[in-house]
Design a protein around this ligand. Structure first.
Ligand code: FAD
Ligand code: SF4
Length: 532
């Protein structure tokens, strides 16, 4: 097998382990990897600083579980570092001397520790990257940004793979290059295991109750007292905090236990039911590992390797299609999405290629909508801070796309609601993949569906007051008129798209009076978007 880390050249400084001068090292809330090279030796000259600040809780309205997970994870890491003998300065959200801004706190702690040098790990968010770059230049001490040692590729690895010329960056080509480089699921002769790169066609089964989904492997920490601190500090959040039995892993040991449970119980059926949705289970066979990955409690290399190894050891129980489907998400999609983010920011955030302007419906904040698929997917997101990929893409995202909701409003809701939402991964998924607002740079077609898709892949329609088979009339499923109207509105743009042109031509083949009726129905739905 090749190397899974270090996909290309890096401009970052190597991580120094022993320092000659008093040094302050900043650990951000999504940099909770206790195996980072920084921590291999205890150095009395080094102080590690972690801080809970309002500038991070308030830049978007966050789900309560997201704030809890990050603060609790930071506190766990600080405790572990102290127990290992490191010096830690921790600023809690309610501390009187907390200025509530990262850079202002850094000035404070630099003075306090009389540090002569500042180091921080490469941030994953554009906003913080800029803020810390400006601070480094102006902080009055020697300062350096070091690698976080997490991703398989560098920030510009995806851009270098495609080169400046390509108008579209197709994930598949990048994924194959990473597979070859890593040797994951590759034969000795350099061919993909099983002779195929992609098993998507086998991974599209609806789930009808069998096999039973594995019992959840959630954690259950009591974070009530932290929740009281967060509330006392006046942090605004939304969604269910679940503070008394907090379900997400808070440190590496818990995250590893979640990984093992998934490999054993979820992975065997991950592939087959990857696209399925069901009211009986919010996750089916999905891993729920994105949170632990994004906080860097787990590394993508170890997660992908664990899945590939599990298949190698027991191919009868864990079929190649399941292992490949999962590995593709980690070494393909996750790395590729990050590469798009760094190549396209900051302009990417404001993309609105389809000119959509509708405000986000009010029921996104309370889940009170009659459409059962959306009531379920939005309600589950508010309750658990989680929805799996197809709920995000083909229910919530597809509705916003076909209704014509302003993409930045959609993006801000996604950024707030999910436990795993960090801008580097959330923004390209929403703006590019789900809302097609980047003119197809990331996705070769808009991802949207009408009721037939939802009805095939879920049981949502059974409990819905709307009729999935009707396009017009008071009981017609709203998704149908919105879907056909979307193709009519954007027919010129998409009619020659080889992956979707057929749907457009079908829309255009409707008799003129039916087209008019569909457009009128969609306009009526948009006007009453808060009452669906
Ligand atoms: C509109 C939209 C918004 C999204 N927002 C986020 C987000 O804020 N944060 C986030 O981590 N993922 C996001 N995703 C990607 C994906 O939906 C989630 O990673 C996944 O649902 C997390 O659940 P899981 O861990 O059970 O994933 P699984 O289905 O078990 O997949 C395994 C892992 O693969 C990775 N992965 C899968 N798909 C993607 C993808 N498209 N992009 C990047 N990584 C991927 C994740 O790390 C995930 O944990 C979004 C997708 C869409 C369509
Ligand atoms: S009928 Fe339409 S709105 Fe209702 S659950 Fe099915 S797809 Fe969703």
């Amino acid at each position: 097998m090749g190397t899974l880390l270090g996909g290309g050249a890096t401009l970052l400084r190597p991580v120094p382990q022993q320092t000659a001068m008093r040094t302050l090292r900043l650990i951000l809330g999504d940099q909770l990897n206790p195996n980072h090279a920084w921590f291999t030796k205890v150095d009395p000259k080094v102080t590690y600083v972690l801080m809970e600040v309002r500038s991070e809780t308030d830049y978007v309205l966050h789900h309560a579980q997201k704030v809890l997970a990050i603060f609790a994870g930071m506190r766990r890491l600080a405790d572990q570092l102290r127990a290992a003998g490191h010096t830690v300065r921790y600023l809690r959200i309610g501390d009187a001397d907390n200025t509530q801004r990262i850079t202002d706190n850094l000035r404070l702690v630099l003075r306090e520790t009389r540090a002569q040098r500042l180091e921080h790990q490469e941030p994953d968010e554009w906003r913080l990257d800029r803020e810390l770059a400006v601070f480094r230049a102006d902080c009055g001490v020697e300062a350096a940004c070091v690698s976080a040692g997490h991703f398989l590729d560098t920030r510009d690895g995806v851009a270098r793979h495609f080169g400046a010329q390509r108008a579209r960056w197709l994930m598949e080509s990048y994924y194959r290059a990473v597979r070859k480089r890593s040797g994951l699921l590759m034969d000795a002769d350099g061919e993909p295991a099983g002779g195929r790169w992609n098993f998507d066609a086998e991974n599209r089964k609806p789930w009808k109750g069998d096999p039973p989904p594995p019992k959840p492997w959630d954690s259950s920490a009591d974070l009530s007292s932290l929740w009281r601190e967060i509330q006392a500090a006046g942090v605004r959040t939304f969604g269910e905090p679940m503070a008394e039995r907090f379900p997400w892993p808070l440190d590496r040991a818990e995250a590893l236990a979640h990984l093992r449970a998934f490999i054993q119980r979820g992975l065997p059926d991950f592939g087959g039911y990857e696209d399925a949705m069901h009211t009986a289970s919010d996750r089916l066979f999905h891993s729920r590992l994105s949170h632990a990955l994004n906080l860097k409690l787990l590394s993508p290399a170890e997660v992908a390797t664990a899945a590939a190894e599990a298949h190698r050891r027991n191919p009868d129980r864990i079929p190649l299609a399941a292992a490949e489907g999962f590995v593709r998400q980690i070494i393909g999609w996750r790395e590729y999405i990050r590469g798009v983010y760094w190549a396209r920011m900051p302009e990417y955030a404001e993309s609105n290629g389809l000119g959509h302007t509708l405000p986000l419906p009010t029921w996104f904040w309370d889940g009170k909508v009659r459409m059962n698929c959306l009531r379920h997917a939005v309600g589950q997101s508010l309750q658990t801070a989680y929805a799996h990929h197809i709920q995000r893409l083909m229910v919530i995202g597809s509705f916003c796309l076909t209704a014509g909701v302003q993409p930045r409003e959609v993006e801000q809701w996604f950024l707030g609601v999910y436990i795993d939402a960090f801008e580097w991964v959330e923004l390209p998924n929403v703006i590019g993949m789900s809302q097609h607002a980047d003119n197809g740079f990331l996705g070769s077609k808009p991802y949207c569906g009408a009721a037939a898709y939802i009805n095939k892949m879920s049981d949502y329609c059974k409990g819905c007051p709307y009729d999935p088979k009707q396009r017009l009339g008071p009981l017609a499923c709203p998704l149908n008129a919105l879907y056909w109207d979307f193709w009519l509105r954007h027919a010129e743009r998409f009619r020659n798209n080889p992956r979707i042109g057929m749907a457009v031509r079908q829309a255009l083949a409707m008799p003129a009076d039916e087209q008019r009726a569909v457009r009128a129905k969609a306009a009526e739905l948009r006007a009453g978007i808060n009452e669906l």
